[in-house]
Design a binder for this molecule. Structure first.
Ligand SMILES: [Zn+2]
Ligand SMILES: [Zn+2]
Length: 559
């Protein structure tokens, strides 16, 4: 479907009324620039779902209209669905992807994992450089956030300039010494900004966000009181936080062990691009840990959000091949749970206490600083850029409303403030701005069932079940070896199988065996983790084989 030329259209496909999956279509004369292509992590009630993507229906069949994909920073809620989107739209005519060097290194690594790197042009953009994208001149403006290389995006067209802030705070003392480019923001304001799409995340917090730099001395203070081994968990992408953990460890003569794939990967990328400095010899491999007494070690681990297969979660389940926790260890959470993850984090913390560890969270010491500006910073952004129109983004409806109220208090007329919604395009022409016709938006579940509007989920669940069915798998394994001791039970209900059922079931059995082997090779023994691996592998297998996404419910029984 192609809408006729006409107004400048700004259509959020995600990120409004929710936390996550930020994606905005900016369109003029049928030419599109996508700003951010994020995903969302599932909440507990989305059982068996791995990832939540925005619904791309609006873009289907329009890949040749997309001039570029511009990514503000490397967080999953802005970059994570890039490979899925490109796979869905087709890579033959894939648009180029632009962003800061770290963001693009992360994009390349994602595309590489999905074997798409060869097909897509990914280009680093320097601040101040102008990229021509059809009717838009696009420019990145340096901002501070909880990952290096975060940018706002200015899109200039003949109707005026749109600024999408991306995630930001105005950190006056950033760890890398590069504050936000306030003068360029002010310049955009003086030139006359048509529309601001601004981050609303901390619209409910008065004052200014503390600088990232405050975490460092507090971490050192906490570390100095620990007698045994320290395990710190934070977002792997928060490279400046990892730097501060490293600095605190170095000051106390402790060695560093990096655990978890994304922690090692991001630290490597960050080191290559000069965002992190590791003193010579401070990093040791997990196997060398036994060469040092506990009080000489700091483990930096993934899992601050209680993610099911993360290193920390596995340690908490006594199921990590390299790190076995014991009493005397202190686990430091240098992150707060994203809304929706609290339960998984609390469960992880409780298991750590059960093992006998001490646990320090942000409630005990100021060892975390939010990457999003508080109210005074949101006001500062408004005052610097003085937009004609405002659309608050990146927040639930409450924070979007608070952002709107702040703007009104600063003198922006209520009718120029647009409290939007996913799927609701803001249309601007020479006569003014207004919401246009609602477009399809919603969620797309990876490994699960395609859904539209979550409020209709029960009905759509049933529809999906009736289309693709359900597959139960009961795998019986030996508790010691993890290998199969009995035939797996497979029950299919309503799964349309083109092939002969017996042959298909034999293939499923093989897939189960492969999956269990893989779990055993990776030294995974906790039942719920094996179930997760089985779920993922079987979902992939069934989709490849049948092009169907039945609900898959694996149960692992240990005997
Ligand atoms: Zn974000
Ligand atoms: Zn972010």
């Amino acid at each position: 479907m192609s809408l006729s030329g006409g107004p400048l259209r700004v259509l959020p496909l995600g990120g409004l009324g929710e936390i996550g999956k930020n994606m905005t279509v900016v369109e003029y004369e049928d030419r599109i620039v996508l700003v951010d292509v994020g995903l969302r992590f599932p909440t507990a009630e989305m059982m068996g779902i791995d990832l939540v993507l925005p619904d791309f229906a609006y873009l289907r069949g329009r890949v040749s209209d997309i001039e570029a994909i511009v990514v503000t920073h490397g967080h999953e809620d802005h970059l994570g669905c890039l490979p899925f989107l490109l796979r869905e739209l087709g890579v033959d005519d894939a648009p180029p992807v632009y962003g800061g060097p770290l963001t693009m290194a992360m994009a390349r690594s994602k595309l590489d994992e999905h074997k798409l790197a060869r097909d897509v042009h990914v280009e680093d953009v320097k601040d101040g450089e102008i990229i021509e994208c059809g009717p838009f001149d696009v420019e990145l403006i340096h901002m501070t956030h909880s990952i290096p290389d975060a940018s706002a995006v200015a899109l200039k067209s003949e109707l005026g300039t749109i600024l999408v802030t991306g995630d930001y705070k105005f950190d006056q003392t950033p760890v890398d010494g590069r504050p936000a480019d306030v003068s360029r923001l002010a310049e955009l304001g003086r030139e006359g900004l048509l529309l601001l799409c601004g981050d609303s995340t901390n619209g409910d917090r008065p004052g200014f966000a503390p600088s990232e730099k405050v975490a460092g001395p507090n971490l050192r203070d906490v570390f100095s009181r620990c007698k045994g081994r320290i395990v710190v968990t934070s977002f792997a992408s928060n490279i400046h936080r990892v730097q501060q953990v490293v600095d605190a460890a170095a000051a106390l003569d402790r060695k560093i062990v990096l655990v978890g794939r994304s922690m090692r990967k991001n630290t490597n990328i960050g080191r290559t691009l000069g965002h992190i400095e590791l003193p010579e010899g401070i990093v040791i491999g997990p196997r060398e840990m036994s060469d040092y007494p506990d009080h000489r070690l700091v483990v930096i681990s993934t899992g601050s959000q209680g993610e099911p297969l993360s290193a920390l979660r596995r340690m908490a389940h006594r199921d990590h091949p390299q790190v076995e926790l014991h009493s005397g260890d202190t686990v430091v959470f240098s992150a707060t749970p994203i809304p929706g993850n609290e339960r998984a984090v609390n469960e992880t913390i409780d298991r750590l206490y059960h093992i006998g560890c001490d646990v320090i969270t942000t409630k005990d010491a100021p060892i975390h600083a939010s990457g999003h500006g508080y109210q005074e910073e949101i006001k500062l952004m408004l005052n610097l850029t003085r937009p004609r129109y405002l659309m608050p983004v990146h927040g639930d409806h409450k924070r979007i409303r608070l952002h709107a109220e702040m703007a009104e208090a600063l003198g922006i007329a209520a009718e120029d403030i647009f409290r939007g919604d996913n799927g609701l395009p803001l249309e601007i022409d020479s006569d003014g701005a207004r919401f246009g016709e609602r477009q399809r938006s919603g969620m797309f579940f990876v490994d699960g069932i395609e859904l539209g509007d979550p409020t209709e989920s029960a009905m759509r669940d049933r529809r999906a079940l009736s289309a693709d069915g359900i597959m139960f798998v009961v795998a019986t394994v030996s508790a010691d070896e993890g290998n199969t001791v009995a035939d797996h039970e497979i029950v299919l209900r309503g799964v349309p199988i083109a092939a002969e059922e017996g042959a298909f079931l034999a293939e499923v059995r093989e897939a189960i065996e492969d999956s269990l082997d893989r779990a055993a090779d990776d030294d995974v023994h906790a039942v719920e983790l094996i179930e997760k691996i089985l779920h993922d592998d079987l979902a992939e297998f069934v989709y490849k084989r049948l092009r169907r996404r039945p609900m898959i419910l694996p149960v692992v029984v240990e005997v």
